[in-house]
Design a protein around this ligand. Structure first.
Ligand SMILES: C[S@@+](CC[C@H](N)C(=O)[O-])C[C@H]1O[C@@H](n2cnc3c(N)ncnc32)[C@H](O)[C@@H]1O
Length: 182
């Protein structure tokens, strides 16, 4: 199981398709959460070359720095220009096209449950999976429509479920790959 954090194409508040800036906190927290659950690589996808260079320089600074759990976590990052590039890279690593599984706070129709996706990962019926997270106001429709599976939204039934993307990642990976307390 690999993870992608997408900065384009995503929506803004008005629903327009935009490119967001990379957030430093996302880089570190995604890397640590992915390492914790054994999800790899963590693809950080941005079309902005200067931002890809910035992330690579953060990673290389830690590579050269003192031993620290953060260094081990950051080693799992793969910086790419786009989601299709992440899919192609993962396909080359595992020898088959991965299933693209998208997430979103508003996904309701035609969704796969956490239980079903967890079972499909455990029984080997998916060769590989790329679980995709959005930035801004979420993944553009063209991404969610083209996905192999749309994961049901995390919803605690309070009428509000717009989680920070880092929290959503932790909850999703724990439900899909964690020890399973439910
Ligand atoms: C739209 S971004 C929000 C970005 C914002 N700047 C931040 O970091 O909080 C949130 C992303 O987190 C994930 N997410 C948020 N709430 C979710 C929920 N209830 N269920 C599933 N995924 C969710 C989705 O990947 C979504 O695209």
């Amino acid at each position: 199981v690999a993870v992608a954090l997408v900065h384009h194409p995503v929506r803004n508040r008005q629903g327009e398709v935009v490119t967001t800036s990379v957030t430093n906190l996302d880089v570190h927290d995604f890397a640590r959460i992915c390492r914790t659950y054994g999800a790899a690589p963590f693809y950080l996808a941005t079309p902005i070359e200067a931002q890809r260079d910035m992330v690579r320089s953060i990673v290389s600074r830690w590579e050269a720095g003192p031993d620290h759990p953060r260094r081990e976590a950051l080693a799992g990052i793969a910086v790419v220009a786009s989601l299709p590039d992440a899919v192609a890279d993962l396909a080359a690593r595992v020898g088959a096209r991965p299933d693209v599984i998208v997430t979103g706070a508003n996904l309701r129709d035609g969704v796969s449950t956490f239980a079903a996706v967890r079972a499909s990962l455990a029984d080997g019926s998916r060769h590989a999976a790329l679980v995709v997270f959005g930035t801004g106001w979420g993944l553009a429709r063209e991404v969610t429509d083209a996905a192999d599976a749309r994961l049901e939204a995390i919803d605690a039934g309070t009428g509000f479920n717009h989680l920070p993307v880092r929290a959503a990642l932790a909850i999703v990976l724990d439900r899909l790959l964690g020890p399973g307390l439910y």
